[in-house]
Write a protein that binds this ligand. Structure first.
Ligand SMILES: CC(C)(COP(=O)(O)OP(=O)(O)OC[C@H]1O[C@@H](n2cnc3c(N)ncnc32)[C@H](O)[C@@H]1OP(=O)(O)O)[C@@H](O)C(=O)NCCC(=O)NCCS
Length: 245
């Protein structure tokens, strides 16, 4: 039995404080995730980004929970994912399993951002969720898929901008996603949009066929910005329901 020195007492106190701080950080994160998932209308948080025009395109976007999504739109999203991704899944350890993909895409926590041309043609979508991931509150982008004829017109980038705005307004730490390392166009796209290797990504020595990328929300990019010092955006205040805080 060692003697209880002042240095030991201080060290234990520091450890206890650090543990308490971490518990509070996780509880705050869970509270933000729960609040985000209870929101009725995410569009009010990002409405200035939901119309996208350039020389060739006039696109409108809307956001719905999977449970509200039109069945034909959901079917189109599943088919587009299969057309875009099947061959990439088949050439890695994941393999392609349509039923498993459908199960993931219809999880009750799934939100959808859908982009369609003014005349009605569906062009792009993202499946995303507000969730805790490795102790962080994140907007996890499960899917961003653009029809071949809609690519290289800035639409994918706009879809990510909407997700980033939503993540910021709902006090998430970042937008996080999983990308296949043998999908070079996606890798170039995400990097061009400011995404970089996340701390939770497998190390190079693990030889994984995927990597985790992320981009911090604006409220986190300030450096020390913590959830306590980062107030809710006005938009979120306006539509928030039942914030347990
Ligand atoms: C990857 C994808 C989402 C990009 O969408 P997009 O609408 O074509 O992308 P954007 O037009 O917004 O591109 C923004 C920037 O990203 C980069 N980029 C996009 N596609 C690229 C490609 N194929 N090769 C290299 N860079 C690319 C460019 O810098 C581009 O800017 P620029 O066109 O001015 O040079 C789209 O190609 C796609 O749906 N691919 C198939 C599915 C997929 O791989 N999804 C991602 C994994 S879940």
């Amino acid at each position: 039995m060692g003697k209880k020195t002042q240095a030991n007492v201080n060290k234990n106190k520091e450890k206890r404080n650090a543990r308490k701080q971490e518990q509070r950080r996780i509880a705050d994160g869970m509270s933000s995730v729960n609040s985000a998932n209870k929101l009725k209308d995410l569009a009010t948080l990002c409405k200035e980004l939901l119309v996208y025009r350039n020389n060739e395109l006039e696109v409108e976007m809307y956001i719905q929970r999977v449970t509200e999504l039109d069945k034909n739109v959901l079917q189109w999203a599943i088919d587009l994912t299969e057309r875009n991704m099947k061959h990439l899944y088949e050439t890695c350890a994941w393999g392609w399993n349509r039923d498993r993909k459908v199960e993931e895409m219809t999880d009750e926590g799934a939100w959808y951002l859908v982009a369609r041309e003014k005349k009605g043609t569906l062009l792009a979508f993202s499946h995303f969720r507000f969730d805790m991931d490795f102790g962080d509150p994140v907007l996890y982008c499960y899917e961003v898929q653009v029809e071949a004829e809609g690519r290289r017109r800035g639409l994918g980038q706009r879809v990510l901008s909407v997700l980033e705005k939503l993540a910021d307004a709902t006090r998430m730490r970042c937008v996080r996603l999983t990308a296949l390392t043998h999908n070079p166009s996606a890798s170039a796209f995400f990097r061009a949009c400011g995404y970089s290797l996340d701390e939770t990504s497998p190390g190079k020595d693990e030889a994984a066929h995927y990597e985790i990328l992320s981009k911090l929300t604006e409220n986190q990019q300030g450096g020390d910005a913590t959830q306590e010092t980062c107030p809710l955006s006005d938009g979120m205040k306006a539509v928030q329901v039942g914030n347990p805080q």
